[in-house]
Design a binder for this molecule. Structure first.
Ligand SMILES: Cc1ncc(COP(=O)(O)O)c(C=O)c1O
Length: 466
């Protein structure tokens, strides 16, 4: 199914639908929205970009959601309990004993050559033919997003992002005071006509679209993947418009049925900047990700990396290399897939069994997330406190749009709880939804229908940690 269409647009983001493209506001420096308080005595000292940052409105709820009695379908933490800790432990011990002096020293701003070679092997599984020289190591792919935005975007520049989009990317884009233009997706990913219209319209209005941000495999939060044909068309449009593509692909190897599709980067080495990560296929705690970019861009990334960190952590890179050399990591990914498949299936079955009529959801072929669209008139964010009281948590859809759309949506994660807990969580959630649904049917309105939440993305829950 298709993510619910947005209901309205505001200053910070525009929406594009094929055949009815809006006009773009004339370009101006983004207006600073202040969320700070006079109780902070440093309030007048902060940079303009800092005023837009704020703690999540639902963070308090999420701390409750982490209690053991609550089934959290909210976070995006990978389940790494099945990792062979003995193998990892031995690898780290030997690393310290045999290479400790090097592992605990400063290293290269680009990252260590050994891990960059391994990364090329990993990317080959998705058809990417790359040279280790073109890889820059980052502190998770989250830092890759930060560095790429830093080297390409000035305040007021436009980033074209599929909608819904990863909350952590939206937070980064906001921190560089960029403007997000969302483009709709259907079951096959971004609509290429809407993409073209968005870029052309933005340029006509004096906008400066810098790149397309996309998660072609199992989009976080919707679970939607681009078909092969759609990948080709998106690349064609971007080439024609000379729009760079930032391909964020942490979930590509977690395809639960069939073989991986070629990455966009496998189809075009010049137009695409590729972000990868070991967070979902090994463990997020090492914080090792990477960017694969054309040579000139890679040089800028290394300079940006040096100014951000001097060098990414050598110890983590060497630990990941040692793990990859000692363990059958491909078999480990297969084991992860079996575990995630059982969880996804448990979630889909429970949704079919318990959710009221009019509720729809995506059927992801991999990754971690199912995207639920509630019946008309229901408001997911308003429902969250009631859900937490019923001992289940989810992430409201509004977190994944740059300007507060998605009020009928919820992201449900199947990655962390066991299948039994997932089933119980969906049952509890469905009770809450059913109650709202009945109230809505009886009185014709949502029991506590709030207007669009007009969120800044900085008000969204932290990126997937809860
Ligand atoms: C789409 C996407 N991109 C990037 C990240 C950041 O991952 P990491 O920094 O752990 O590599 C995440 C984390 O959930 C994600 O879902």
């Amino acid at each position: 199914m298709t993510p619910a269409a947005p209901k309205r647009g505001r200053r910070w983001c525009q929406w594009y639908f094929p055949g009815r493209c809006g006009t773009v506001d004339h370009v101006s420096e983004p207006e600073v929205v202040r969320h700070d308080t006079r109780l902070d005595r440093y309030v007048d000292h902060y940079a303009a970009r800092t005023h837009g940052m704020r703690a999540s409105a639902v963070r308090a709820l999420f701390s409750v959601a982490n209690r053991p009695e609550v089934v959290s379908l909210a976070g995006g933490m990978p389940n790494i309990a099945d990792l062979p800790l003995d193998v990892v432990g031995e690898a780290i011990r030997d690393l310290v004993l045999e290479h400790g002096v090097q592992a605990m020293q400063y290293g290269s701003g680009q990252g260590e050559p050994r891990i960059r070679e391994h990364i090329c092997e990993v990317m080959a599984l998705e058809g990417i033919d790359a040279h280790p020289d073109d890889v820059t190591i980052t502190v998770g792919s989250q830092q890759g997003l930060d560095l790429v935005t830093r080297i390409f975007c000035d305040p007021g520049d436009v980033i074209v992002a599929e909608a819904p989009s990863y909350v952590g990317a939206l937070g980064t884009f906001a921190s560089y005071q960029t403007r997000v233009v969302h483009v709709t997706m259907d079951d096959d990913g971004i609509d290429p006509d809407a993409l073209r219209a968005a870029v052309e319209s933005s340029r006509r209005g004096g906008g400066r679209p810098k790149f397309l941000y996309t998660i072609p495999n199992f989009n976080n939060p919707s679970g939607i993947s681009q078909s092969l044909e759609r990948r080709r068309r998106i690349i064609d449009v971007c080439r024609e418009l000379d729009l760079l593509i930032v391909e964020d692909n942490p979930y590509g190897l977690l395809r639960l049925e069939g073989d991986p599709l070629p990455a966009l980067r496998a189809m075009d080495a010049e137009q695409v900047i590729y972000l990868g990560s070991f967070s979902k296929t090994f463990a997020p705690g090492f914080r090792v990700g990477w960017v694969l970019a054309p040579h000139a861009v890679r040089e800028k990334l290394v300079l940006a990396q040096e100014s951000a960190t001097l060098c990414p952590p050598v110890f983590s890179q060497m630990a990941v290399s040692t793990y990859l050399e000692r363990h059958d990591w491909r078999a480990q990914i297969e084991a992860f897939k079996d575990m995630y498949r059982a969880r996804r299936d448990a979630m889909l079955e429970a949704l079919r069994e318990y959710m009221p009529p009019g509720t729809t959801w995506t059927t992801p072929g991999g990754g971690f997330f199912v995207w639920v669209t509630l019946p008309d008139g229901l408001d997911a964010q308003a429902m969250l406190p009631r859900a937490v009281s019923a001992r289940v948590a989810f992430t409201p859809g509004t977190a994944f749009y740059a300007d507060g759309f998605g009020s009928r949506n919820m992201r449900l994660s199947f990655c962390y709880p066991t299948p039994e807990r997932i089933r119980e969580g969906v049952r509890r959630l469905a009770e809450v939804v059913n109650r709202e649904y009945e109230v809505n049917r009886t009185f014709g309105i949502g029991s506590q229908q709030s207007p669009h939440h007009g969120t800044d993305v900085s008000g969204a829950p932290g990126p997937d940690q809860s």
